[in-house]
Design a protein around this ligand. Structure first.
Ligand SMILES: [Zn+2]
Length: 267
């Protein structure tokens, strides 16, 4: 620590973490490194202020076991402010942790996926897709409506294990709950991922830039749209006006199509 070198003037308060002029300290305060303002705080307030201080200057490097342990304990602190800050710091130190925590709790009840753009089929040929896929977890039904084909609507009922596997794949592998961020989709000015984190109290942050001007209303039909209802009552709605399917939506499209290829039953 080089507190003294950095700040030759003033005196450090270990509670608020500020360097203050000598007159802000009482005689006893000098010795205990607690300024007059902080000495009036209750013991709990002092502890919380010190925790906040430590969290604010938490090292952004690989944490030692004891640092990790301290941080985890603080995430459950009685003081909400400390707990929130600890979660935020934890999420910064372990960026995948929040994503994994999300995955564990997200179960898709209903999903609809509309595609209206050019796609590559599994033979690598370009074709125009204009269809809607829906999944209903309870009835284990996957439905495809092809708006250009005579066959119209087709359904398959998956056995329980296969439906669970498909839904897990969509959440865990395709990380559909991140698509809004991944593909910069912001149809209604809300961000599903941030919303759900805020709602679940996993992550508290003002991500800012909410006040910026709304993007111009895109013209025409969306090239693809997703609507999902999760078992925790959150709803995700996204639509894209880019004239192609990005990687993961394309993977989703192709994996749905597999169920409706004519030779699927034989496989
Ligand atoms: Zn102080």
């Amino acid at each position: 620590m080089s507190k003294k070198n950095n700040r030759l003037h003033g005196h450090y308060c270990k509670i608020c973490g500020e360097y203050k002029a000598n007159e802000k300290f009482s005689g006893k305060g000098h010795a205990t490194h607690i300024c007059k303002a902080c000495s009036r705080l209750s013991a709990a307030e002092k502890a919380a202020a010190m925790d906040m201080n430590r969290l604010m200057s938490f090292p952004m490097r690989r944490l030692s076991e004891s640092e990790k342990k301290w941080l985890k304990a603080k995430m459950k602190d009685n003081c909400q402010e400390v707990a929130d800050m600890a979660k935020e710091v934890y999420n910064i130190c372990f960026p995948h942790a929040e994503c994994n925590a999300m995955k564990k709790q997200l179960i898709i009840n209903i999903l609809s996926f509309k595609v209206h753009t050019e796609v590559y089929d599994r033979y690598g040929d370009m074709e125009m897709a204009d269809c809607l896929f829906t999944i209903d977890r309870k009835s284990r039904t996957l439905t495809m409506t092809d708006f250009h084909a005579d066959s119209g609507e087709q359904s398959v009922v998956l056995d329980g294990g296969k439906m669970a596997k498909l839904l897990r794949y969509i959440v865990h592998t395709l990380e559909i709950f991140m698509w809004e961020q991944d593909y910069c989709l912001n149809p209604d000015g809300d961000d599903f991922f941030t919303d759900i984190l805020l709602k679940e109290g996993i992550y508290v942050d003002d991500l800012g830039e909410k006040g910026e001007a709304l993007p111009e209303e895109p013209e025409g039909r969306p090239s693809w749209q997703v609507h999902i209802e999760y078992s925790n009552h959150t709803v995700q709605d996204i639509s894209s006006f880019d004239d192609y399917l990005p990687e993961r939506p394309e993977e989703l499209y192709l994996s749905f199509m597999e169920y409706f290829e004519s030779d699927y039953e034989i496989l």
